[in-house]
Design a protein around this ligand. Sequence first.
Ligand SMILES: Cc1cc2nc3c(=O)[nH]c(=O)nc-3n(C[C@H](O)[C@H](O)[C@H](O)COP(=O)(O)O)c2cc1C
Length: 204
Amino acid sequence: MSVKLLAFAASLRKESWNRKLLAVAVPYAEAAGAEVTVRHFRDFEGPMFDQDLFSTTGLPPGPQAFADALGPVDGILLATPEYNYSIPGTLKNLIDWVSRARPMPLLGKSAVFLSTSSGVVGGARGLWQTRIPFEGCRVSVYPEMFYNGPAPQLFADDGVSIRDPKLAAGIERLMREYVEWARRLKGSTASPRSSDLIPRPPLT
Ligand SMILES: Cc1cc2nc3c(=O)[nH]c(=O)nc-3n(C[C@H](O)[C@H](O)[C@H](O)COP(=O)(O)O)c2cc1C
């Protein structure tokens, strides 16, 4: 059974290390049998969450594009930086937007996370924080995560491949294990809460 994944890096930076990390992971996921659609984070850019805006006009175009991209996939392949020891506000804002749509677009998806950062912790703290809103939205996040830094040392002199073959093998193994897990989870994720399916009444 094929597994469809949406892959993106949660950075708008032109030279994003996390987009480079994603580019390393995607071919491994494809080799493991996944059908991967790569999107730029810019495609999902939107205003700050505003309940009044949502109540009047629904999702803005960027978050709507994210919701649409989630529709056909089974899982999410995410590379994200750590901002101030936590999830980037840009990504959290995007999750907040789509979490209000019904049926909730993240419902029943799985996900796998990777990170690199300019610091030696490599984004580990941010990934733990990133799990929270995704899991709150009923996403099954794979227990293993890849994080390594500082980013300039993670990559070889060509700026695109991983310098240490053991780390490259770790990314390959993570993708292989996750794709197999996503395949097994497909169609068997937790039952939705009724509030994930039924539109909420407007807040007063
Ligand atoms: C707002 C902000 C907060 C940051 N906080 C952290 C941090 O907590 N830990 C860390 O290792 N790097 C931090 N950094 C540095 C990022 O790791 C670095 O900018 C990295 O290149 C971002 O990922 P990207 O290259 O994919 O855009 C921060 C950067 C920004 C812009």
